[in-house]
Design a protein around this ligand. Structure first.
Ligand SMILES: [Zn+2]
Length: 275
């Protein structure tokens, strides 16, 4: 937080050897430059493939304010970049997805144990799913999608909703997807019934309207977090459920989908795919 206090006498009355800025990819260029003036050398730490600075004004975005100093330097001075390649937090199947979409196979597992770790569902062998089989919600017609989704042997799961009739819709300028709300509710309640702790489950979505409706479904679970992507950046959970919302015949999606793939540990992801 030190960069917020750059006009404090601590900074203005002395010179520093080094200035280190963490999460440098999430702050705007003017904010980043401020503290750099007080040091002879600086080190910016971050990942420009994750969330960029949050800029609301259209004019500022048009003029490039979303581009962090970090990202600018990676383009102008690639030799000054040191890549940290090892991650210690996620199963390798999840890492491979990030590698194929963003990191060009440059990310590696630093821990063989974490790379193979699977979700533990304590009651998996009992018949705990029986209460959730509901043909009205497309369960157990040809097969049981719910059983497939919460299968602990599968660290990464995507639900393709392409063949379902319900798609996204816009209400008062906000995107929502009711079918995904149902899928998320059933998946997460099945995990809870299987014995997964509510505090180890996070549900995220890029759209606030969707967030509000999902949160309503889990009113009684105070430890379960339903949040936006930016609030979850840098966090870890045993299970992350991601509701992408966008699903339309024009194949329009949000760029942010690609950004969030790198953030989390073991996951089950109900996703509306039109990637
Ligand atoms: Zn079923």
């Amino acid at each position: 937080m030190a960069y917020l206090f750059v006009y404090s006498p601590i900074f203005t009355k002395r010179r520093f050897d080094y200035c280190i800025i963490d999460e440098a990819t999430q702050i705007t260029l003017p904010t980043c430059i401020g503290p750099l003036r007080f040091a002879d050398r600086f080190l910016l730490v971050g990942d420009h493939n994750q969330l960029q600075p949050l800029v609301r004004r259209t004019e500022a975005i048009k003029k490039g304010m979303e581009k962090s100093l970090f990202k600018m330097f990676t383009e102008i001075h690639p030799n000054a970049v040191a890549n940290l390649r090892y991650q210690y937090r996620m199963n390798e199947e999840i890492m491979n997805l990030s590698n194929s979409i963003i990191y060009d196979s440059n990310m590696l597992s630093g821990s063989a144990i974490t790379a193979q770790t699977l979700l533990c569902i304590p009651r998996w062998n009992e018949d705990f799913l029986s209460q959730f089989h509901d043909p009205d919600y497309y369960c157990c017609h040809e097969s049981c999608w719910l059983k497939d989704v919460i299968d602990p042997k599968r660290p990464l799961i995507m639900i393709d909703t392409d063949n379902l009739l319900t798609k996204e819709y816009v209400s008062k300028g906000k995107y929502q997807n009711d079918m995904e709300i149902i899928l998320v509710e059933h998946s997460v309640k099945a995990l809870l019934a299987g014995g997964v702790s509510a505090k180890e489950i996070g549900i995220i979505t890029p759209f606030r309207s969707q967030l509000k409706h999902i949160a309503h479904k889990f009113k009684g679970y105070s430890e379960l977090e339903v949040s936006t992507i930016d609030r979850f950046q840098g966090r870890e959970k045993q299970v992350i459920v991601l509701s992408l919302v966008r699903s339309n015949s024009e194949l329009k999606v949000n760029v942010i989908i690609y950004i969030i793939l790198v953030l989390f540990s073991e996951m089950t992801w109900p996703i509306s795919l039109n990637l």
